[in-house]
Write a new protein. Structure first.
Length: 138
């Protein structure tokens, strides 16, 4: 089950049903099953505190994924900074909704075992993001 929550901000995600369907199709395309996936939308400062506390990283980010997957069933908590998504949408000249979807699928792809630590992993992650973003718009 895919659920949406907020921490320390007000944010109303539009088109929840369509987003759930899109993410379910993406996960099935990766030959995985959906367990419990929680998206938690928050502020930059909230995500920075989480980054420091749980990952020992002292920098801002747009998404942190906590993986609770078992076998081919993906489960996890995906924390997304709405502040960072807004800033990125301006910087990259993207619609806010498109940038938010990119960050959401990025978190889900982490749960599907994709990394982003090396140049080749980043290239594969971007490719997968683009594939699934196209499926959302169709």
């Amino acid at each position: 089950m895919i659920r949406f929550f907020t921490e320390d901000i007000y944010f109303d995600l539009k088109n929840k049903r369509k987003i759930r369907q899109w993410l379910t199709i993406a996960v099935a395309s990766e030959n995985k099953n959906i367990g419990d996936i929680n998206f938690i939308f928050c502020s930059d400062s909230y995500l920075l505190d989480m980054n420091k506390k749980y990952l020992n990283h002292d920098y801002f980010t747009d998404v942190i994924t906590f993986d609770f997957c078992e076998n081919d069933t993906i489960s996890g908590d995906i924390f997304i900074s709405i502040d960072a998504v807004r800033a990125n949408s301006v910087e990259y000249k993207q619609l806010f909704e498109d940038e938010l979807r990119r960050v959401m699928i990025h978190g889900v792809l982490h749960l599907c075992s994709y990394g982003d630590s090396t140049k080749s992993e980043i290239a594969l992650m971007r490719s997968k993001e683009n594939i699934y973003l196209k499926k959302m718009t169709n």
